[in-house]
Write a protein that binds this ligand. Structure first.
Ligand SMILES: Nc1ncnc2c1ncn2[C@@H]1O[C@H](COP(=O)(O)OP(=O)(O)OP(=O)(O)O)[C@@H](O)[C@H]1O
Ligand SMILES: [Mg+2]
Length: 332
């Protein structure tokens, strides 16, 4: 949870992302709730900040609450505040996030996790701008614009009775769907450069030497399930692990959890194995080929060009192998 004042630079030139930015600019000045939906790491929070800073409320606070991170009672007093003596341990009055966001914007992150009982109170704040602190009877009045963001399927939750339909209707004045990174490939290298330049500056290096062609191909080839956040971390890790500060970054360090010990390093056929006669040589060779090819593909996250180079094959020879062995990316 935090109060933010600084706008952050947003990078993206793909048509899909451009459309989102236009939508945000159009809805920002309206005093209505907005929902921001999208996969993890797509930039929902960044979009919410932009919405705030493009609104008439930009000089007022932007307050964020991660609703998924708190238990029900903590969330309640965090949102609405509590009076002294409201519960054991509540020695003083606590001002909630709604009050702190007065005049500004309140971002409810992961709002699909808000308990149904509290959803009713939130609906009342949106409709009448009124609520009571926990353990209090005074009515508190606030003027807050609500922005909700989540990766949950809210209509699905409403269908299952876990999200109030009336609140959903109210929040969904406008819904911004932030596309996953894999659907805006035009932005990948742009974002990668942006994060690389920032990280190089953070490391107090003079300049960023760029990505090699192979590295660019690997960045473009990856699926980015963690979206922009994954890209940012991957770029920073790759720069930090690079052998040289002056040469273009050539190796993209995708998965930090890949253990060097458990890697499917193809072990050579042992002499013991060779004592089992008769042998189906073709089957054994195919097996060895499969082991090396999957291992190389795995190593390079299915970047075929790099895997081929590792195997001493041409790109077309590797493609031939992949087809012959019937390999598919998910099975790697
Ligand atoms: N278009 C963009 N330009 C620059 N940085 C971006 C962009 N989109 C996302 N980022 C950066 O990627 C990271 C993840 O973004 P953000 O926290 O907004 O995602 P999110 O959708 O809210 O993620 P989560 O679902 O996990 O809450 C942040 O460091 C953010 O600054
Ligand atoms: Mg977020």
């Amino acid at each position: 949870m935090s109060t933010t004042r600084d706008p952050v630079s947003i990078v993206g030139e793909s048509p899909a992302f451009g459309a989102i930015l236009e939508q945000v600019s159009a809805v920002a000045p309206l005093d209505r709730p907005v929902l921001i939906l999208g996969e993890r790491g797509t930039g929902k929070e960044l979009i919410a900040s932009r919405l705030h800073f493009l609104s008439g409320r930009w000089e007022q606070p932007l307050v964020k609450v991660n609703c998924g991170a708190l238990t029900e009672s903590l969330l309640e007093s965090e949102l609405f505040g509590h009076e002294a003596g409201a519960f054991t341990g509540a020695s003083r009055r606590h001002i909630g996030r709604f009050e702190k966001a007065d005049g500004g914007t309140l971002l409810l992150d992961e709002l699909g996790t808000i308990p149904v009982r509290m959803q009713e109170t939130i609906l009342r704040v949106i409709e009448y701008g009124e609520f009571e602190r926990v353990g209090g009877s005074d009515t508190v009045r606030v003027d807050v614009r609500i922005v909700g963001s989540t990766n949950d399927d809210l209509p699905g939750l409403a269908e299952a009775g876990r999200f109030r339909r009336d609140l959903l209707d109210r929040l969904a004045f406008d819904v911004v769907h932030v596309p996953p990174l894999r659907d805006r490939a035009e932005d990948i290298l742009l974002l990668a450069d942006h994060f690389a330049v920032n990280f190089t500056a953070e490391l107090r290096r003079a300049y960023f030497p760029g990505f090699s062609e192979a590295a660019q191909a690997a960045l473009l080839d990856h699926d980015w399930p963690g979206n922009v956040r994954e890209l940012k971390n991957t770029v920073e890790r790759s720069i930090y692990r690079a052998d040289s500060e002056d040469e273009p970054v050539d190796v993209i360090a995708f998965d930090p959890f890949r253990s060097p010990h458990s890697a499917a390093s193809p072990k050579a056929e042992t002499t013991a194995e060779m004592h089992q006669w008769p042998v189906d040589l073709k089957a054994r060779l195919a097996e060895i080929e499969r082991r090396y090819v999957t291992s190389a593909l795995d190593r390079h996250h299915w970047n075929r060009r790099r895997a081929a180079a590792d195997l001493g094959l041409t790109y077309d020879q590797l493609r031939g192998s992949i087809t012959r062995l019937g390999l598919i990316p998910d099975a790697s």
